[in-house]
Write a protein that binds this ligand. Structure first.
Ligand code: GPK
Length: 801
């Protein structure tokens, strides 16, 4: 191993030869990446082993975070940073004439997630390790992560993502710890010692093989584990059609479902969910049994967290193992299970609520279905005892009803804690969406406002800003991000404002170069970089942003004297491949870009840029360069948002609705440092109840709205007048479900204020710095400490001596 620049160089050159079978001269950048990656993994391994031994010897309570998505992003740079060897490595490579950042670009971006939910899981792992908390991730090793997006003639085209094509230097395959998963077959009942026992027979068995990845804490010796399961056929399988068995088995972990906040309801997805859950629970029980024997005490030593309802079958699976395999009684097993499991809800959108048709569920997972039926019957009996005769309520709260298994109900009934992800979201859960459950189990409900890892989104993504903050307030904030508040004591220094302006400009320049290279568009560094990057969804209202740009275009065309602060509107978004509306919006953004950017006069003032294939690595270049952060969801619909926090931490000002964590950001920084607009969540919920919203009235009464909506279908954009008809229809014929037209005027007003505010340069940057100074509250370290104390009851484990 290496301990300084020189020993690193020596090690690197030797390893390059032995690994790649080539001399230094012939080696490619990828060879160098693989060599370096392997060296770093090896560097990690002693800490990794030590951490596991420490957890074992201290018999600490462990938490297992089950998630169908982990959106990790590239690991080399973050690992170097967390291990504190980035400088040695960077300087050593430089002396060999190699650029570290070029090597980093070689790493594929593991995109085992769609958006916020998956990225949250990745930030949580980072915080768990850094806080020395014994917490591990369990997920799926998808062969293909989220699709790569190509834009062809303004349309999104999806290509299979290939992150494993050149291998994964971070993973360690552990075939000895493989477990068997059973699908199909039937349940056989028999009597045993006077009681009934159940056996799942004639099942099709699939092997779950773990691949472990190290999760390196920042400047600590803790290295936790992310265990990703791969589906493989069993070697000695008595199947007649061996080929189709192999194909079906491997299909389980082939693809990540590309839907965000949408329930696919396909049998393959159900297979993935049970595969993840069964493999993980078996593995958790196996490691518990290495140290202890009394499973009645499981909840004292283990916490299992389910990230949304996708792993909700953890409840019946744990029951199955405790009863069928370990011989506990139902009541004993239920006590343990419901004390062990906790659940986070991430959305109130109805289309995201998972409900499985019994006719799909029962044949695939006969024993699990049986256990859910029993849980349901006992739960309904409890309800009956509390609300005798209230059939309506019981029907509404049942886990199984109308031919469907309701996964959220299963998760709530089987968990000790249910949390939302921002204050407003948790309140909506308690008072509306899950009101009846809150009334029945008030003690279970709580809030844990989301957070982000400042190590990735500030230290790694924005080294320039990191250096400035260190020079200004020292380094304590790096370990304790709440200390960023100290920046406030330096706001009066004009030098700080100037230096921050210089950092922002530098980062805008870097992004502008990328835009020039990828899009062939030259953007003005003095313009406001106004950014909306997130999944494409109607409720996130990229359309509102587009309509505002159309409005500006019209003003600029109609009135030569109309002047505004120049702006560059930047978008990045993937649409689910089957989400027709979302794909149309992507096309609309491109048509608008064409129109705006090609207009000789308008393009001097505004530009529109769509950045292809938005993903973690691209995001790391975007947040630091933003002046304005667009967080414009229909109030009540965005559970929290986390991009909002990443922008804030990098000194962008938010244009936002009073939704999700935007509200807590405003409470923290004050109304004067954020630009809010639009309906409140209460307004929206009232409209939804009383049905009094008529989008047509807004269309008729506001000429600006009429003009832009008409332009969707009058040939303004394209020869094909039908191209954007579905979007116009969503606004008028379908009465504008997300209140785009209702919020239009208010959005135009606030955007005008933004333009004016930007002209007072000092004041703008001061506001930006105030945002940064308060962003420590939105560190995932804070969030994870709250989960650890309130939900999981776990404590840090430190190296002795
Ligand atoms: C919520 F329900 C879901 C989902 O399926 N995928 C997803 O990314 C997001 N989310 C919410 O939409 C965000 O508001 C939230 O910040 C994020 O989860 C993390 O909690």
């Amino acid at each position: 191993m290496f301990s300084n620049k020189d020993s690193f160089k020596e090690c690197f050159l030797k390893r390059l030869e032995s690994m790649c079978g080539k001399g230094f001269e012939e080696s490619t950048t990828r060879d160098k990446y693989h060599t370096l990656g392997n060296m770093v993994r090896e560097y990690i391994s002693s800490k990794w082993i030590e951490t596991n031994e420490r957890y074992r010897s201290e018999s600490q309570k462990q938490v297992y975070y089950l998630s169908i998505e982990f959106l990790l992003g590239r690991l080399l740079g973050q690992n170097l940073l967390n291990l504190q060897i980035k400088d040695i490595v960077e300087e050593g490579l430089k002396e060999l004439n190699i650029s570290l950042s070029e090597i980093e670009e070689c790493e594929s971006d593991p995109a085992l997630g769609n958006g916020g939910l998956g990225r949250l899981a990745a930030c949580f792992l980072d915080s768990l390790a850094t806080l020395n908390l014994p917490g591990h991730g369990y997920g799926i090793r998808y062969k293909h992560g989220l699709f790569d997006q190509k834009i062809v003639d303004g349309y999104q085209v999806e290509l299979p993502e290939q992150w494993l094509r050149h291998g994964n230097v971070w993973e360690v395959r552990k075939p000895d710890e493989s477990v068997e998963i059973s699908f199909w077959g039937r349940v056989e009942a028999s009597t045993h010692n006077g009681g009934l026992t159940f056996k799942h027979v004639d099942a099709q068995k699939v092997l779950a093989v773990p691949y472990d990845m190290p999760v390196v804490g920042f400047e600590v010796s803790t290295v936790n584990t992310l265990r990703l399961w791969n589906a493989e056929p069993e070697t000695f399988s008595p199947h007649q059609d061996i080929l189709s068995y192999k194909r079906e088995t491997e299909a389980i972990t082939d693809f990540l479902y590309p839907d965000d906040t949408y329930d696919e309801g396909k049998i393959l997805r159900l297979k993935q969910q049970y595969f993840l859950v069964s493999a993980s629970i078996q593995s958790i029980i196996a490691s518990f049994k290495k140290e202890r024997s009394n499973l009645r005490e499981l909840h004292q030593h283990v916490a299992i967290h389910i990230n949304d309802t996708h792993p909700a079958m953890a409840v019946p699976e744990l029951m199955r193992i405790l009863i069928d395999v370990e011989g506990l009684s139902w009541d004993e097993a239920w006590e343990v299970t419901s004390q062990t499991v906790s659940y986070t809800n991430h959305t109130i959108l109805a289309e995201a609520l998972e409900k499985w048709p019994i006719h799909l569920f029962k044949p695939l997972l006969p024993r699990i279905y049986m256990i859910i039926e029993e849980i349901n019957e006992r739960f309904c009996a409890e309800l009956w005892a509390k609300y005798p005769g209230d059939w309506h309520r019981i029907e509404h709260m049942a886990i199984i009803a109308h031919g469907l298994v309701k996964m959220a109900h299963l998760a709530i009934v089987g968990s000790s804690s249910i949390n939302g992800v921002a204050k407003i979201h948790s309140n909506i859960l308690k008072n509306r969406e899950m009101k009846s459950f809150y009334e029945f189990y008030p003690w279970k409900f709580n809030n844990k406002t989301n957070g982000i890892s400042h190590r990735r989104w500030l230290l790694k993504a924005n080294p320039e800003l990191t250096a400035l903050i260190k020079n200004t307030i020292g380094e304590e904030w790096v370990r304790s991000p709440e200390k960023l508040i100290d920046l406030k004591n330096h706001l009066h220094q004009s030098s700080l404002i100037e230096q921050f302006a210089a950092v922002k400009r530098k980062r805008k320049e870097i992004l502008a170069n990328k835009i020039a290279e990828k899009n062939g568009i030259i953007v003005d560094l003095d313009s406001i970089f106004d950014v909306q990057v997130k999944r494409l969804h109607a409720y996130k209202r990229q359309l509102l942003n587009v309509l505002h740009i159309m409005y500006l275009y019209n003003r600029l065309k109609e009135d030569v004297n109309y002047t505004i602060q120049p702006r560059t509107f930047i978008f990045g978004a993937k649409a689910s491949p089957t989400y027709y509306y979302a794909k149309k919006i992507i096309k609309l953004i491109h048509s608008l870009a064409e129109k705006v950017n090609k207009d000789p006069r308008v393009s001097k003032v505004i530009k529109v840029v769509f950045m292809e294939n938005y993903r973690v690595s691209l995001a790391e270049g975007i947040f630091p360069a933003a002046d304005v952060s667009e967080q414009i969801s229909t109030a009540s619909k965005e559970a929290s948002g986390t991009g909002n926090m990443k922008f804030m931490m990098n000194g962008a000002l938010t244009v936002g609705t009073l939704d999700g964590a935007n509200i807590e950001m405003m409470e923290e920084i004050g109304k004067e440092n954020i630009f809010t607009f639009g309906l409140t969540a209460n307004d929206v919920l009232k409209y939804e109840e009383n049905g009094r919203y008529r989008s047509m009235e807004y269309y008729h009464h506001d000429q600006r709205i009429r003009q832009v909506v008409d332009q969707l279908t009058n040939g303004f954009f394209s020869e094909d007048e039908g191209e954007f008809e579905s979007i116009a229809d969503s606004l008028l014929v379908q009465n504008d479900q997300y209140f785009v037209l209702r919020d239009f005027a208010s959005y135009i007003d606030v955007q005008e204020k933004v333009g004016l505010a930007y002209q007072d340069r000092n004041d703008w940057y001061e506001k930006a710095l105030i945002n940064i100074s308060h962003s420590g509250l939105f560190s995932s370290d804070r969030t994870i400490s709250q989960y650890a104390d309130d939900i999981w009851k776990i404590s840090p484990s430190y190296v002795k001596g």
